[in-house]
Design a protein around this ligand. Structure first.
Ligand code: NDP
Length: 282
């Protein structure tokens, strides 16, 4: 009998991750003999641990905070999209070579479509947050043809840096930085058809809302990257106001399904993965 194929999620922390349950469901549904393990690895030991796992024959990795950039110098190659975004969330090891990919971009677009959000093509969008996840969102919105994206962040300098980067990478879309302050719609977002919540707020029950959804333009779809059992607080607040909104579970599913296809060369069993997410998140 051959040994199971090995896959790892490396992050710090990873205890909250739903990926192991989702991949276990996927492996069972697809009938593949594989194991997916989440491992908390502090930044100081990341390079050594990554090398040891590669030597042990691990075939694929997912990376989450804070390793999505740190992994890049340890790889033998980068997919062009991952190089453009500057972040890797999925690694495929084949023939001794580890190549980095970014499936957050496609996962985000799949998540948007599955949630029933309007197409970003030709639209104004508002992105809350300017961290690593926001970079993938900007790449996705630009790739989908968004006309203008307002990037609102608590730290305004970071929003300005991200907007400058995005303008250079994606000249077909306008990017405007703005401060994210309580009680007001970020300047320039009055026409936004889509609001993407990409701050880390909402992970903890006592977090404040990143933005009062009542401030959003009428009909603006709120897509929260964060997910939580029963939906995040901001999504629940939006839905209570009759606003269209969804949390990030479909993006989580989408990026994992894209990773499955890279690793196994076949479509992912989406329904089995979605069923597992539904079982855990309600
Ligand atoms: P980062 O740590 O890189 O960025 C965090 C962002 O949140 C920054 O813009 C930061 O603003 C902002 N922020 C943090 N605390 C506050 C606060 N108290 N008030 C206002 N803004 C705040 O994280 P990532 O970009 O990697 O991830 C963001 C979230 O996206 C994560 O929580 C994760 O759950 C989710 N995510 C979901 C995915 C999915 O598949 N559904 C995939 C990837 C991410 P500042 O710059 O001012 O500090």
């Amino acid at each position: 009998m051959s040994a199971p194929r090995l896959f790892f999620l490396l992050g710090f922390p990873v205890g909250h991750s739903l990926s192991p349950a989702m991949f276990a469901a996927a492996f069972a549904a697809a009938g593949v003999d594989a194991r997916y393990t989440a491992l908390a690895v502090p930044p100081a030991s990341f390079a050594e641990r990554f090398a040891r796992l590669r030597e042990a024959g691990v075939e694929g990795f997912n990376l989450t905070l804070p390793h999505k950039q740190a992994v890049i110098p340890l790889l033998d190659g980068l997919d062009p999209l991952a190089a453009r975004v500057g972040a890797v969330n999925t690694v495929m090891v084949r023939g001794g070579k580890a190549v980095g990919h970014n499936t957050d971009v496609a996962g985000f677009l799949r998540g948007l479509a599955a949630a029933g959000a309007p197409s970003p093509a030709g639209a104004d969008a508002l992105v809350l947050g300017a961290g690593g996840a926001a970079r993938a969102v900007l790449a996705a919105l630009a790739g989908a043809g968004a006309a203008r994206v307002t990037i609102a962040n608590r730290g305004e300098g970071r929003a300005a840096e991200l907007a400058a980067w995005a303008r250079g990478e994606f000249p077909g879309t306008g990017f405007v930085p703005a401060p994210l302050a309580a009680g007001q719609l970020p300047a320039g977002a009055a026409e936004a058809r889509l609001c993407v919540q990409a701050t880390s707020l909402g992970l903890r029950a006592h977090d404040p809302l990143p933005l009062d959804p009542a401030l959003l333009p009428p009909g603006c779809f709120l897509y929260d990257l964060v997910y939580a059992p029963g939906g995040t607080a901001v999504v629940r607040a939006a839905l209570a106001l009759g606003r269209p909104a969804a949390d990030g579970r479909e993006m989580l599913l989408g990026q994992a399904a894209e990773g499955f296809t890279l690793w196994f060369g076949s479509p992912a069993p989406d329904e089995a993965m979605r069923g597992e997410l539904k079982r855990v998140l309600g």
